[in-house]
Design a protein around this ligand. Structure first.
Ligand code: CA
Length: 268
């Protein structure tokens, strides 16, 4: 009850229907289709608040209270956004997130994780599992809507940047990156990447030998989102290395520029 009352209190300080929040989350004019969100949360009071505020903001909301049912639903139905609690009965949120990223209709959906614990390791775990962002409980509805707006903007920017390129293939060493399909082939095998992993890899591989600072990567990939830190860049790079390097501990493609950031290995 404490969590719920604090959340409703925080939410009431700024009405979810205010112009500011509408701008943060609502689709631009002319975007008719309602965006679909799946809320996975076992605490009914929190689920209800999140459902209410996202519905007010124009989302088509589906809600479930356990991980197994969520997985079942998400295998076949594509959602624009999944709000996913970490501590769930059945399948926990981290395992569920990994499963969603592996196959089914939501490998590229935006995923916002909710957790009761606000420690760095939880945050890293959430992002490592393929979540796009993370929100610690207790949170206000205003913060939730701001985060939702941010992850969806990033997703739509990523889609726009690839829509603009026509049949754009980038070959770099062992990799073939397909900007149209957001696909990656590594040494002949297709590898699934999240939006952020793809964008980061594409940015680096398109400019071999050029060092990007963590700050620059944050600005380019996350668009100055104030909720992510430079540590996030390291997390996404280590995830990428596990997917593309022969030996993630001894990378040959994405190299560390000590104290600065990262670069893709120089062209031959
Ligand atoms: Ca829970």
């Amino acid at each position: 009850m404490n969590v719920a009352s604090r959340m409703s209190y925080q939410g009431s300080s700024v009405s979810p229907s205010s112009d500011t929040l509408r701008d943060a989350v609502s689709p631009p004019p002319g975007t008719a289709a309602k965006r679909r969100v799946l809320i996975v949360e076992d605490e009914a009071s929190i689920r209800e608040l999140v459902r209410l505020h996202l519905a007010l903001d124009g989302f088509d909301v589906t809600e479930v209270g356990d991980g197994g049912r969520a997985l079942e639903l998400a295998r076949g139905t594509r959602f624009d956004l999944i709000v996913l609690d970490v501590m769930l009965p059945g399948i926990d949120g981290i395992s569920l997130c990994r499963a969603l990223r592996t196959d089914g209709a939501n490998t590229n959906a935006s995923i916002l994780m909710l957790t009761a614990r606000d420690t760095e390791s939880d945050k890293v775990l959430g992002l490592e599992s393929g979540a796009d962002d993370y929100l610690a409980k207790p949170f206000g509805m205003r913060e939730l809507l701001a985060r939702v707006g941010a992850v969806l903007r990033r997703a739509s920017r990523a889609a726009d940047s690839t829509d603009g390129a026509t049949a754009h293939q980038l070959r770099a060493r062992d990799l073939v990156l397909d900007a149209d399909r957001r696909g990656l082939v590594v040494r002949g095998s297709r590898v699934e990447l999240t939006k952020q992993e793809f964008d980061l890899l594409y940015l680096l591989a398109a400019r071999p030998g050029i060092v990007f600072s963590r700050e620059a990567l944050l600005a380019k990939i996350w668009g100055g989102d104030t909720y992510v830190t430079e540590r996030t860049v390291d997390t996404v790079v280590s995830r990428l290395r596990r997917k593309i390097e022969r030996d993630a501990q001894d990378p040959e493609l994405i190299l560390t520029a000590w104290g600065v950031g990262y670069k893709f290995v120089d062209a031959d």
